[in-house]
Design a protein around this ligand. Structure first.
Ligand SMILES: [Zn+2]
Length: 63
């Protein structure tokens, strides 16, 4: 695929949890789970996952 619509760019402000760099790329839209996105840091060359909290629902602990 070769989309010229900035497909490789993260759709949100994602920073590396290890080095704090914002030079990250989205590796895939869906990781092991649907609610997770896989990213790759170019600074420290470390892949990491990011959970889409915006789409995730909180567990209903009440009745
Ligand atoms: Zn990093």
């Amino acid at each position: 695929m070769s989309r010229s619509d900035g497909d490789d760019r993260p759709d949100e402000d994602v920073s590396c949890p290890f080095c704090g760099s914002s030079d990250v790329v989205k590796d895939s839209d869906f990781g092991p789970e649907v609610s997770k996105s896989q990213y790759y840091c170019n600074a420290c060359e470390t892949p990491f996952e990011r959970i889409k909290w915006g789409e995730a629902r909180r567990p209903d602990t009440g009745r």
